[in-house]
Write a protein that binds this ligand. Structure first.
Ligand code: T3D
Length: 250
């Protein structure tokens, strides 16, 4: 099972379960996650990862960079996932247990509360393989941390530590690794016993106040990704990742 689903005491816990690939997202895993969020009736949802990573974004073993239709995948698979999180009436917590890269980082940023273990890092890894930010990252990042930091994160593709992310307002909280599970459980329990209607309305109001048009920005991401994905730099980026070497872009 690539998605572990567990519900207890009002908390639906969704665990990305491909630890051997840092929980990279396959098409099947995206669909399972989207369906689980859409069908949720719990008071709160927690999304986390198995093993030492949270999520390494798109599964690069699944992609054929010479033939991939990135625009379709973004429109038909990533956008529904992000929109399911936004539309869910209950709070969605990203419990970032380890590295969150590419669409994995932006999956976390789409959630309502992000709690990260201190050892976790967030990487807008896209440029490392010749791609542009997607999964809503180009919408959420500048709103969360401002233009200068969003630009640096995207162009430099360097890891942002959990502590730095907290200081920048990219996430709610970075907690020492030893306390991580306890803090996540306590936050989830507190939300699960909170006033469900008020929390749902509060979420809707804050989302509404962010301004901009997420769907339109995600459509721009999909077209930009189609252009980036059609360029030889993407083929080179994926080949370099697979061969564990530095890419040589054109
Ligand atoms: O449809 C589309 O393609 C468009 C959508 C794009 C959305 C995206 O998310 S694009 C960005 C994709 N993600 C990345 O580029 C990140 C790739 N991964 C990494 O940069 C690093 O693995 C990490 C920084 C996440 C972690 O580094 P590290 O050193 O802690 O671990 P590692 O050794 O690199 O990875 C451990 C294993 O996981 C390794 O496998 P192995 O060698 O032990 O058999 C590695 O290949 C595998 N893995 C990590 N990330 C992915 C992956 N396998 C498949 N896909 C991955 N994304």
């Amino acid at each position: 099972m690539t998605l572990l689903v567990d519900e207890a005491e009002g908390v639906l816990r969704l665990t990305l379960n491909r630890p051997e690939a840092m929980n990279a997202l396959t098409s099947a895993l995206r669909l399972a996650l989207t369906q689980a969020i859409r069908g949720a009736t719990a008071r709160v949802i927690v999304i986390t990862g198995a093993g030492r990573g949270f999520c390494a974004g798109q599964d690069l073993a699944e992609v054929d960079p010479a033939a991939a239709d990135l625009e379709r995948v973004l429109r038909e698979e990533y956008e529904p996932l992000v929109q399911a999180i936004i539309a869910a009436p209950m709070p969605v917590i990203a419990a970032v247990n380890g590295v969150a890269a590419g669409a994995g980082a932006n999956l976390a940023l789409a959630c309502d509360l992000v709690i990260a273990a201190e050892s976790a890092v967030f990487i807008q890894a896209f440029a490392r393989i010749g791609l542009v930010p997607d999964a809503g990252g180009s919408f959420f990042l500048p709103r969360l941390i401002g233009m200068a930091r969003a630009m640096g994160a995207v162009l430099l593709a360097e890891p942002v530590t959990a502590r730095q992310a907290e200081a920048w307002g990219m996430i709610w909280q970075a907690v020492p690794d030893a306390e991580f599970s306890g803090v996540v459980a306590a936050r989830a329990a507190a939300l699960a016993s909170g006033p469900a209607l008020a929390l749902a309305e509060g979420k809707r109001l804050i989302r509404g106040a962010m301004g901009g048009d997420l769907a339109a920005q995600m459509a721009r991401e999909a077209s930009a990704q189609a252009r980036a994905g059609a360029h030889p730099d993407f083929i080179e980026g994926v080949a370099a990742f697979r061969a564990k070497r530095k890419p040589g872009f054109l």
